[in-house]
Design a protein around this ligand. Structure first.
Ligand code: SAM
Length: 239
């Protein structure tokens, strides 16, 4: 590969990793994880499994949301010494509902000359959009809904949106979310991407109440979810 670490100021690579299927690691990601001096990872166990799968032995350090600012300083020292540092979050693309953005901002501020390299790849967001069968030429991504404060405002925002809204949600809260959507936007068509790229991947679509019933019928809600909420029929201004 033509990419050598020919950056005297070091290089920070922000590397996207699989969201379930280990095969979804790009060649560039693999090369960067192999050739870098050190990988900073949100969860060292997750990255260790990926490295073992690909037979890599690169050294790993932890950097999670709580330590992002502190570890950024450590990374700056390494970059000043000319090292190539890679950062990975638990899954998918760093910075998307995951740590990474603060690290990038701190490094860019401290070392404006240093190359910060995007190694793009999987994200649950783009995976879900790609198989939703919905016109996504414009959409709003709001990440995880707030747990308490701000939920009502979010529901109102969704109810009046004239473009699709995309959320991430955990299995503990998906039924609650569908119940709230049933009140705020009962006629919206909801598409759920569940366990994408994994063995039990599925796409479910329907109105909120109907979907909640289908999920509950499956006996216990498991997995990871991307939720796409289409505008209610009267709001479909752009279609
Ligand atoms: N940075 C990641 C990305 O690029 O997709 C997202 C990290 S966020 C902490 C984790 C959330 O992403 C999960 O709670 C779920 O909503 C969604 N997610 C991650 N993997 C998924 C998968 N395989 N299928 C569906 N949703 C997934």
């Amino acid at each position: 590969m033509e990419e050598e670490n020919d950056h005297p100021n070091g290089k920070l690579s922000i590397v996207a990793t699989p969201i379930g299927n280990m095969g979804d690691l790009t060649f560039r990601a693999l090369w960067n994880l192999k050739e870098c001096n050190v990988i900073y990872a949100e969860d060292t166990r997750v990255i260790s499994k990926l490295l073992a799968h690909y037979g890599l032995r690169t050294s790993v350090q932890r950097l999670d949301a709580a330590t992002e600012a502190k570890k950024a300083k450590e990374i700056i020292v390494r970059l000043e010494a000319g090292e190539h540092v890679a950062f990975v979050s638990d899954a998918g693309t760093p910075g998307i509902s995951d740590p990474g953005s603060r690290l990038v901002a701190i490094v860019r501020e401290a070392l404006p000359e240093t190359l910060i390299d995007a190694i793009p790849g999987p994200s649950a967001l783009t995976a879900a959009l790609s198989i939703a069968g919905i016109d996504m030429s414009a959409f709003t991504f709001l990440g995880f809904p707030p747990h308490k404060k701000g939920r009502q405002t979010l529901m109102k925002q969704i109810a009046i949106s004239d473009i699709p809204v995309v959320l991430y949600e955990s299995p503990h809260r998906i039924i609650k979310l569908l119940g709230e959507l049933a009140k705020a936007a009962p006629k919206s068509r909801i598409t759920i991407g569940r366990e994408l790229t994994k063995m039990h991947e599925e796409i479910l679509a329907g109105e909120p109440l109907e979907l909640a019933a289908r999920l509950e019928k499956k006996g216990g809600v498991r997995g990871e979810f991307v939720v796409i909420i289409e505008p209610q029929p009267a709001k479909k201004a752009r279609t």
